[in-house]
Design a binder for this molecule. Sequence first.
Ligand code: FUL
Length: 491
Amino acid sequence: MYSFRPVCIRILALSLVLSCQILGARVTPPAPYGPTPSARQLTWHDLEMYAFIHFTTTTYRDVEWGYGDASPDEFQPDSLDCNQWVSTLKAAGMKGVILTAKHHDGFCLWPSRLTDYSVAHSSWQEGKGDVVKELSDAARRHGLKFGLYLSPWDRHDLRYGTPAYIDYYRGQLQELLTGYGPIFEVWQDGANGGDGYYGGARERRKIDNKTYYDWPNTNQLIRKWQPDACIFSDGGPDARWCGTESGYVGDPNWCAITRNNYAPGIAKQEYLQHGEADGTDWVPAEVDVSIRPGWFYHAREDQQVKPVSKLMDIYYKSVGRGANLILNVPPTKSGRLHPTDVCHLLAFGKALREEFSQPLSHKITRFGSSNTRGNSKRYSPKRLTDGKKTTYWATDDKVCQASVTFTFDKPTVFNRFSIGEYLPMGQRVKAFQIEIETSEGQWTKIAEATTIGHKRLLRFPDVEARNVRLVITDSHACPCIEHVEFYYSPN
Ligand code: FUL
């Protein structure tokens, strides 16, 4: 007798096998190349841009590095308004804010129980003020992440240079990292100028950058108190200095370095600007730059606030080269941001929104590729524009040169391009270019670049084309590209 059930089961099994193949379940993912980011670093990459706030007694002395002898009473922000800071920063597109809780002058912006050199010993708000609390609360209210800078160099404290100071520094970190909610980044400055007040000694103190601070143990404590915080310094461990304070990271920019050669104060600038293609550790670059010439507010610099065009240039040379950008905005003596800084920041936010306001990938009707991993849908070039952070276009192993052709529904004008690698597979691409097909059927290069990493942004004059090609010209291993986007910017 004809049995219907086994046939059904066979058909079911066959269609399961077929759909598995079509969906690419059988195709193995590429192997990661080199070091890869931790979960906390992946979250950090997505922040892209946040602000720095430099504020302390130094603001009132009109200098950059306070000597450490200012009286706590000199700190008098009579109209402190952290809400104004944060709402301005948010409108500028910042995703977080990092405060100098203590700069080199040693004055603490929170009521530390471990020193009498703090807001608690100032006549400001009768010793009841706490800038760390005000800013962390304001940041959270506006949905911005909060981070802290605690200067290792302390020109005020008598203990500086002795082992007792390290206990003090760690005790301060504990107060800050356990008392103010989640912290996304801890900033360790490598600057160490030597001379200072040091409890009245007024002398030059030299420490050995490599051994004095015992960073490995301090960093373990930071991990204990704030496991999700990224630690920034000249050598990481999580994010590195970009080797300059002028507002750019090198090109190429590799996320890897060989970490053990660097620590706060131990930096090779040229090396940190580019990272190392074959570095052993994932330590991506952060670009620190101020909106003014100095890090602290000086009225004499009111005419030198960076204009939007310069801020945009910095953005393309930091975020647009796969780094994060930390833009410093120093409050004035009153405790508010200066109107010029506010005006430039708001205009910058508007310009950024305009820059990326017209994405065009939804107009792409056809995707072709010279190679797709295992011919699988899972790694298809369509993944480049699906808006998902977990999918990517990949090629077969050993295919390190490959292209994707995008066909728009009609000839389309664009002048910006964004591309990002799928970072859990490491940083792979060394060089790529964008080409358009001319009306004569020729392919012409319109832009080229080196590394990609989290994001690469390209600006070029308007071009019009229906067929556009992304060509990966060189890669350490088969490329794994997470997104591409085309934009038309009116700017
Ligand atoms: C430098 C410091 O010396 C500056 O004052 C500022 O804090 C800057 C962000 O880092 O190394």
